[in-house]
Design a protein around this ligand. Structure first.
Ligand code: FES
Ligand code: FES
Length: 383
């Protein structure tokens, strides 16, 4: 993880990010500025466009670490910007949006066009907007809205040099954006979960880049829960979709993790090794898996510690995981945090069934519908 600080909508914002963290991920998941939309995540659709050092940039293909020290302005940062206000009014008048998904990126780009190209005609506006895709409204209203603002401003000097585009971050921010309204988000929202020290990282597979920590309460004495944790094969059945056999001669567990995520189905061939410290009632599982169909690889390190809480037990679980391949896009922070909450609930439910002598319930009682499918994905990505 790397500590970075950016000037985000006029306020200093600090975060610890991994080398592969997208700027969009930082903005949405850590700064909670969800006005920056993610469509294609390949730099094609323009929904994620923000200003970096005054120039439009694709937040989906811009690494957050590359923005250390930069000025970043999102659509939220344009609330008090006069030019953006003119554009918002024109978008309304010209019916330039329908669902609005593309609109944040459209507004950022439109603002850049008006600032850079006074007097631009419709053809030039169309050309400049070519990198912003809209899937429901069409482009006529957007072009008319930008043209309306260009025409209303008349023959004025450009706010920004016409040749100013790219490479992003190569020049200081122009004085074109009005001071933004401070955002409510604070740096304290960053990195809720501290990285877990790793004693024995796997030698193969992607490096763990994401961290989660959860606690669950189990209504059973700590000794009984610890005894159950020692039977890791039985314990693995608390995660629906997991099938593990007894450890081999080297103490390595082998099995399969079945994933169903919407239309995506995957079966990870997985292996894991458990180490325990009985005196401390804590242990660690380090494992990895590979799905041949999607080419996705997962590495996970799960540390757990049991604590007596009156007659019950508190179980602290810390997970670090890394994904590579086609399914890696589902590992983003806020999404994973929500899944982890569900995972904790289901795991606790099944653990209590196990302790009561009942078989684990493979049908995920705490989840339903889409959440159930997403939860199953997280279960497996965390294992
Ligand atoms: S989400 Fe960034 S360009 Fe599509
Ligand atoms: S208004 Fe819906 S995608 Fe553009």
């Amino acid at each position: 993880m790397t500590a970075i600080a950016i000037n985000l909508n006029g306020r200093r914002f600090e975060a610890d990010v991994s080398p592969r963290t997208q700027l969009a991920e930082l903005l949405r998941d850590k700064a909670l500025l969800t006005g920056t939309h993610l469509g294609c995540e390949h730099g094609i659709c323009g929904a994620c466009t923000v200003l970096v050092d005054g120039a439009p940039a694709r937040a989906c293909i811009t690494y957050a670490v590359a923005c250390d020290g930069a000025d970043v302005v999102t659509v939220e940062g344009l609330d008090d910007d006069p030019l953006a206000a003119e554009l918002r009014a024109a978008f309304r008048e010209q019916h330039a949006l329908q669902c609005g998904f593309c609109t944040p990126g459209m507004l950022i780009t439109a603002r850049d066009i008006v600032a850079r190209l006074p007097g631009a005609d419709s053809d030039r506006i169309r050309l400049e907007l070519a990198g912003n895709l809209c899937r429901c409204t069409g482009y006529l209203g957007v072009i008319q809205a930008v043209k309306q603002v260009v025409d209303a401003r008349g023959e004025v000097a450009p706010l920004l040099p016409a040749e100013r585009l790219g490479p992003v971050g190569a020049r200081p921010c122009a004085q074109a954006v009005a001071p933004p309204t401070p955002i409510a988000t604070t740096p304290e929202t960053v990195a809720k979960v501290a990285p877990v020290p790793v004693a024995s990282a796997p030698t193969d597979g992607p490096a763990p880049q994401h961290a989660l920590a959860r606690s669950l309460a189990v209504t059973a004495p700590v000794d009984a829960v610890w005894a159950q944790f020692a039977d890791v094969v039985a314990l693995s059945r608390c995660l629906p979709g997991a099938e593990f056999g007894a450890p081999d001669a080297q103490g390595v567990l082998h099995g399969r993790l079945h994933v169903k995520f919407g239309p995506v189905r995957a079966a990870f061939e997985a292996s894991a090794r458990q180490t325990t410290e009985p005196a401390e009632r804590r242990g660690r599982l380090v494992g990895q898996g590979r799905d041949r169909l999607t080419g996705t690889r997962v590495t996970a390190e799960i540390a757990y510690a049991l604590h007596a809480a009156d007659a019950d037990t508190r179980v602290d679980i810390e997970v670090r995981y890394g994904l590579s391949g086609r399914l890696a896009q589902f590992a983003r922070g806020a999404l994973a945090e929500r899944f982890a909450d569900r995972l904790t609930a289901d795991f606790a439910y099944n653990l209590e069934r196990l302790l009561a002598g009942a078989p684990p319930d493979a049908t995920a009682p705490a989840a339903d519908g889409l959440w159930a499918r997403l939860l199953k994905w997280l279960r497996l990505s965390n294992t």
